[in-house]
Design a protein around this ligand. Structure first.
Ligand code: KIV
Length: 270
């Protein structure tokens, strides 16, 4: 799916989006989703950091390229990590250009509102499609004092609206709205000419995104209230590991069927 096709889904069938960080996961998700985001959430759910701040551009490029090797149909976009774009539009261009050239992804996502509008314009005018990300911005965890929903007060609601409009006017092809109260998300979705993709921002948005590790039960350090878990793969892995350990300790594994045997030797006998 192309960036114009994503943009044209405004007000139409909801956009289905998930995160992916590896080739194998991308292969499994690709037939079912419109967009795969290589999110910097990988810092927390794959690398075990307690925020997204330690994630580097090289990490995003390695995972972006891995996801591209597993995606055929979905539009793939890659997060610009903390420190790789906030300094200036030029710095953002250099980072985004590396992502585009070294992964083959269709675009980048960056966090920030009105203060990032100039950067969004700079990138989009130079052939780099940008998805905005406003509301709860995980890279701002230290100024916000935690991962908190926004839009509760009039002032917060106005701020998220201003931010979303600023990045959309600057040329973003879509805007991720994270952790935003439903009426505010509905108002923003009605006001923007491009799709809003919600995460903890209600069904009012033009699409939904979740972190795959949350959806499939592969990350259990904490579960945000907006996550719906569709599988318990973490639990299944624990059970499988236990069964493997018991088999090895009891010498039930490997069996003869798993061994390289001399020609003519029986696979069933001893
Ligand atoms: O990094 C990420 O996975 C994201 C999503 C939560 C939208 O930005």
């Amino acid at each position: 799916m192309s960036i114009p096709q994503i943009r044209n889904r405004k007000g139409a069938e909801p956009l289905v989006c998930l995160t992916a960080y590896t080739t194998q996961m991308a292969r499994r998700l690709d037939p079912h989703v419109d967009l795969l985001l290589v999110g910097d959430s990988l810092g927390m759910v794959v690398y075990g950091f307690d925020s997204t701040l330690p994630v580097t551009l090289d990490m995003m490029i390695a995972h972006g390229a891995a996801v591209m090797r597993g995606a055929e149909h979905a539009c793939v976009i890659v997060d610009l990590p903390f420190g790789s774009y906030q300094e200036s539009p030029e710095q953002a261009f250099r980072s985004a250009a590396r992502i585009m050239a070294e992964t083959g992804a269709s675009g980048v996502k960056l966090e920030g509102g009105a203060e990032m509008a100039e950067t969004v314009r700079f990138l989009t005018q130079r052939c780099i499609p940008v998805c905005g990300h406003v509301g709860l911005m995980p890279q701002a965890v230290n100024v916000a004092g935690g991962f908190k929903a926004t839009g509760r007060s009039e002032e917060e609601a106005r701020q998220v609206m201003r931010d979303a409009q600023a990045v959309a006017e600057a040329g973003a092809f879509a805007v991720v709205l994270e952790g935003t109260l439903e009426p505010v998300a509905a108002e923003i979705t009605a006001a923007l000419p491009v799709p809003t993709i919600g995460i903890g921002a209600s069904a009012a948005c033009d699409g939904q995104i979740l972190v795959s590790e949350d959806v499939f039960g592969l990350f259990s350090d904490f579960t945000p209230r907006f996550v719906k878990r569709y599988a318990d793969l973490g639990g299944q892995i624990s059970q499988a590991a236990e069964a493997y350990a018991q088999d090895v300790r009891a010498r039930r594994f490997p069996g003869r069927e798993h061994c390289f045997l001399p020609k003519g030797a029986s696979r069933t006998g001893s």
